[in-house]
Design a binder for this molecule. Structure first.
Ligand code: LIP
Length: 316
């Protein structure tokens, strides 16, 4: 990316993230004007829209020749992620948590070139935790993000102090903490696939199932549904979750986290079996933390649990 100064992009996105954080914290938790999109669980607030307007305005000024894709201005069937240098932005990821005052939401600011995420900035203003990544320069977590002293920055993954080869080995789904999300589709094929996979991930190895033959089960350590794809990616990058599986979220939910995860030695396979190289806007993701070994085996085990339960299908 010699023609684009990725450090400069990073620095601009960090500045924008802090400004967005101030806007998010300034919202009155007792009166967050909200609307709905697809249905009553697909929420949007005036804060989402105001933050995205601010982000768009600043990026148009600083990077007028780059493309912009944002959750609140996206037009289904029209807006496309292209090869062009593009900012891919979710102004508030975890909107449902934000509406309920649950302090697990963030702004997610990604920058992609040729559909690959090369800079990621994710900031949770409620806990004042900043995650950043630049292609080829590693990824980091900062607490008290307002303090920029170097000792506040921790290289990811946390275990191994930034070296995935020194992180704990992956030991299969039976020893994994797995991130999942319910999403906003609450009926139909995609919902049924998710519910079935959640059950098989959690069920004991010898659990009885009505369907025959009994599908493989994993008895994972546990499932976590925390409400933010971006923060799920960051938790996997940090090594605090072993993997995260979702279908239905969008490029703006994952772009920033994808760079942060890749720079921490992790990778993303498809949320449907068989695709090791999903597109940024595929809406089907299985994120796996950096480790000395076992990533591919864990993906293959996960895909075997999904099995022939049906593939998730999403429009773009
Ligand atoms: C959310 C995603 C999450 C998904 C939710 C929602 P939002 O993004 O981060 O992964 O399950 O349905 O899409 O809407 O809070 O920006």
């Amino acid at each position: 990316m010699s023609e684009i100064d990725l450090q400069g992009v990073h620095d601009t996105l960090v500045s924008i993230a802090f400004e967005a954080g101030r806007m998010i914290l300034a919202a009155d938790p007792n009166n967050i004007p909200q609307g709905i999109k697809k249905n009553t669980v697909d929420l949007v607030t005036e804060a989402d829209q105001a933050v995205e307007r601010m982000v768009y305005s600043r990026l148009c000024t600083d990077y007028p020749n780059c493309e912009f894709v944002g959750e609140e201005t996206y037009v289904a069937g029209e807006t496309r992620v292209t090869d062009a240098p593009t900012f891919i932005v979710d102004p508030i990821d975890g909107t449902t948590n934000f509406v309920h005052g649950y302090p697990h939401a963030c702004i997610s600011l990604g920058f992609a070139v040729c559909r690959k995420s090369v800079v990621g900035v994710v900031y949770n203003p409620f806990l004042d935790i900043l995650y950043t990544g630049i292609q080829g320069k590693g990824s980091y977590m900062q607490r008290s993000a307002a303090q920029t002293t170097p000792n506040q920055k921790q290289r990811l993954p946390l275990a191994g102090r930034g070296d995935a080869q020194a992180a704990p080995a992956l030991q299969g789904l039976g020893k994994a903490l797995v991130g999942v999300e319910w999403g906003s589709d609450r009926q139909g094929n995609n919902f049924d696939v998710k519910v079935g996979v959640f059950q098989r991930l959690a069920a004991a190895k010898n659990a009885a199932f009505s369907e025959q033959p009994t599908p493989p089960t994993a008895m994972v350590h546990s499932l976590r549904s925390l409400g933010s794809a971006a923060l799920n990616f960051c938790a996997v990058a940090a090594g605090q979750m072993d993997c995260y599986w979702e279908g239905g979220c969008y490029a703006w939910d994952v772009c920033a986290g994808w760079c942060i995860l890749s720079e921490a030695g992790g990778f993303v396979a498809s949320g449907n079996p068989g695709d090791w190289d999903p597109a940024l806007d595929s809406r089907l993701y299985l994120a796996v933390r950096g480790a000395p070994s076992g990533g591919k085996e864990l993906v293959e085990e996960f895909w075997s649990v999904i099995g022939d339960s049906g593939k998730m299908v999403y429009e773009h």
